[in-house]
Design a binder for this molecule. Structure first.
Ligand SMILES: [Zn+2]
Ligand SMILES: [Zn+2]
Length: 755
């Protein structure tokens, strides 16, 4: 029997369906499904899926207690592998015992190679004869064409590539665990509130913080704009004074005052320009486009992976932006033409030749992301559909013509002052027809000639200010990480999510919390190499060298241990100063805005000495006694915003995977509906409990609700723990913001949805 091992169950099922000559028989062992079939040549075959990594690297158990082990000891601690999916491991072993040949069909990248190697080792351990039979199937899409091709051109597993993946895993564990424990212990932030530091995460945080500091250092300068509204034979248009920004208010006012009808056209200019079609999608440009549709980078990648598994799009982890010549573009269009994009794909198919656009990154592992299936809109659900549509439309756009825009400029004189009106319109839509996301509305100007007179119908003098540089969106941040060689296409989105989960950043665009800012500052000062992108980029290059056999895994891990040891010395010497700096940030985050009662003082998070519970109080106490209740768990961040309904400050609570935004006042009208529901539920429970015995049952009921929330939040917290070592390094389950809800009067249902 031939045994095929894939990365996930969905892929095993799909591959079995494609390779089977007749039917597929599903079976299972310890509830792990696998698929029997005969392939085209009559070979008996079984396909089984893993759950990503089935073993994980970790420190031996004697290192697991944070308080008992000096973090420094982790730098040179031994590493052990432990099984993470026991039943999958047992199933692999059982199937391997009966197998005569082994095919590794995990995802085609460094991580997939490593997962493949892990499975291979287990299989060979059980059945040593398999060692000589191992083959590797490499494919970029779960489609019949691609799978048949891959299985008729079987390759070898690349051990150096797998070892490169393993080196990353080891290094991220050693760095993440050592630094995270050091900082968390230094600041006494243990348990769910631990502070993480990581090789990639910290330089990424620094990027966000540096931008915020630029914004804070920015001094806005006032300027004035003079605009006019004009009319030519009933057609309205606007024009701006040629000076655009007046820095002198008096001069702007003088110009504004003297403007009177009519205006005279002094010149007309028309130019046309090409707007080139976009390059094919790679991971970075895809996530960037998805975030501008409102998805978080992490969610976009998760959906993309699901779409890939379902056979709707090609492998979404790719750096490539050039379609390989082996990719049949017409076939891909023909697939699209069968679905919702029948008309658009049909138009492109009717062309005698197709010339795709190309980007400037070319790699040979995977093609750029392109659609491989044509699901129906209703089949996917809106959230997933919009990303499938994005991929499909992008693909078509790369095959369409460049667009042509016509720009018009009209120069005018109004009361002797020069004005400029600008218009633009699409004269050839080209790719805009397929990919409407970035298309701007036409701005038509009337047809005018030199010396034409136009009527002045309105004039405006606007006072404005220069703006600070804007915060990064998640997409821009991913692009920056790529530019600085921070992380990989497989990890970047998860690293950003981790910054949110740890309370270093919030919001979209990405805004650092005070704690995030102070953490970045502390590391920049006391361990600058950890905070700068250079060293981690250097390590990234070393890891690449393992895959081409220029360095061994052991060498690279040793290099990284030495770097960490050096950094650690300085951290240890400055332990107190660092902790003080981070506390400063935590304390800054406790200020929640102005007190609506006295209007003179700030509201602040306070912990009661007597009850140890936290609440919000006015700093003007005892003169002002304004207080609000708070949930007892989750980080709280002020929003610089007040609730339009009740006037109390809005806050954000971090803890689960999604933040909550709500106002402080539990009696705010925005919460009425929830409160009523909650009260009704409690009453119902009370009534039911009455049969079993009064208040005890009611108490019990309250407990179950809390427990339910915890488990739901835990699930979301552990779900994305896929391919980064960072999360694992922390070694603590992100405890949930479970009891958040009750005290503030809102539903504890963090939508697992786009932010
Ligand atoms: Zn007050
Ligand atoms: Zn409110």
């Amino acid at each position: 029997m031939r045994l095929i091992i894939t990365e996930k169950n969905d892929a095993a099922k799909k591959i079995a369906g494609i390779l089977a000559k007749d039917g597929v028989k599903e079976d299972s062992h310890f509830r792990v499904p696998y698929y029997h079939f005969e392939d085209g040549e009559g070979q008996e075959t079984v396909a089984v899926g893993l759950k990503g990594h089935i073993v994980q690297v970790d420190f031996p158990p004697e290192f697991s207690e944070w308080r008992k082990v000096e973090p420094k000891a982790l730098i040179d601690a031994p590493l052990v592998k432990t099984e993470t999916a026991k039943f999958v491991v047992r199933t692999i072993k059982k199937l391997a015992a009966d197998a005569s040949a082994l095919i590794i069909a995990t995802d085609f990248d460094r991580e997939g190679e490593l997962i493949g190697l892990e499975a291979l080792n287990l299989a060979v351990e059980e059945n040593p004869k398999l060692a000589r039979t191992v083959k590797r199937a490499r494919f970029s899409a779960l489609t019949a064409g691609e799978i048949n091709r891959a299985f008729s051109h079987l390759d070898h597993l690349s051990e150096p590539l797998a070892l490169a993946g393993e080196a990353r895993q080891d290094i991220d564990l050693i760095w993440g665990a050592t630094l995270t424990r050091f900082v968390s212990l230094a600041t006494s932030r243990l348990g769910s509130q631990f502070l993480s530091v990581g090789r990639v995460q910290t330089p990424t945080l620094v990027l966000v913080v540096e931008r915020e500091k630029e914004r804070r250092a920015f001094v806005p300068e006032p300027f004035w704009v003079v605009k006019v509204e004009l009319d030519s034979a009933g057609q309205r248009f606007s024009a701006v004074h040629k000076e655009e920004r007046f820095v002198d208010e008096a001069r702007a006012t003088a110009v504004f005052e003297k403007l009177a009808t009519p205006g005279r056209v002094t010149g007309v200019k028309q130019t046309s320009r090409k707007v080139p079609r976009p390059a094919p999608f790679n991971t970075t440009s895809f996530t960037s486009a998805a975030t501008s549709l409102g998805y978080s980078a992490a969610l976009a990648m998760r959906i993309a992976e699901d779409l890939y598994m379902a056979g709707h799009i090609s492998y979404p982890r790719t750096d490539n932006t050039v379609y390989p010549s082996s990719l049949d573009l017409r076939e891909a269009l023909a697939v699209l033409a069968q679905g919702e994009f029948g008309r658009e794909a049909g138009e492109l198919l009717s062309r005698s030749e197709l010339h795709p656009s190309r980007g400037d990154k070319r790699t040979t592992d995977h093609p750029p992301i392109y659609p491989t299936g044509s699901p129906r809109r209703g089949e996917l659900g809106d959230r997933d559909w919009r990303l499938y549509e994005l991929v499909a439309r992008r693909f078509m756009a790369t095959l369409a013509d460049d667009a042509v825009m016509e720009s018009n400029r009209v120069d005018l004189a109004v009361s002797g002052e020069p004005f400029v009106a600008r218009g633009s319109r699409v004269v050839h839509a080209g790719w805009f027809d397929y990919y409407p996301y970035s298309r701007q509305k036409d701005l038509e100007l009337p047809l005018l000639q030199k010396d034409d007179l136009v009527e002045l119908v309105d004039k405006q003098l606007e006072a404005k200010e220069t703006q600070p540089p804007s915060r990064y969106g998640q997409g821009t941040l991913i692009e920056l990480m790529e530019k600085h060689n921070l992380g990989t296409k497989a990890t970047r989105h998860a690293i950003i999510q981790n910054l949110y989960d740890r309370g270093y950043v919030h919001g979209n665009p990405v805004e650092p919390t005070e704690m995030g800012i102070k953490m970045a500052e502390a590391l920049q000062e006391f361990a600058p190499r950890i905070a700068s992108p250079e060293m981690t980029a250097e390590l990234e290059k070393d890891m690449d060298l393992i895959s081409v056999r220029d360095l061994t895994k052991a060498q690279v891990v040793t290099i990284s241990r030495n770097l960490l040891r050096q950094a650690y010395v300085s951290l240890e010497q400055n332990r107190e100063k660092m902790a003080a700096r981070i506390y400063e940030g935590i304390s800054g985050d406790r200020l929640l805005g102005d007190c609506p009662k006295c209007g003179q003082n700030k509201l602040r998070v306070i912990r009661s000495k007597a009850t140890k519970k936290r609440f919000v109080g006015c700093e003007g106490y005892p003169d002002c006694d304004q207080t609000y209740p708070l949930p007892q768990r989750g980080d709280i961040i002020g929003m610089d915003e007040v609730c339009p309904q009740c006037g109390s400050p809005k806050i954000k609570i971090l803890g689960g995977r999604r933040p909550w935004i709500l106002c402080l006042d539990p009696y705010c009208p925005t919460k009425t509906e929830y409160r009523e529901k909650r009260e009704a539920r409690a009453a119902a429970r009370e009534a039911k409990g009455g049969e079993e015995g009064g208040t005890v049952a009611a108490k019990g009921a309250k407990k179950t609700v809390a427990a339910k929330k915890t488990s739901a939040a835990k699930k979301t917290a552990t779900k994305p723990a896929t391919k980064t070592g960072a999360r694992r390094a922390a070694r603590t389950t992100t405890a949930a913001a479970a009891d958040v809800a009750g005290s503030l009067g809102v539903a504890a249902a963090p939508a697992d949805d786009e932010a």
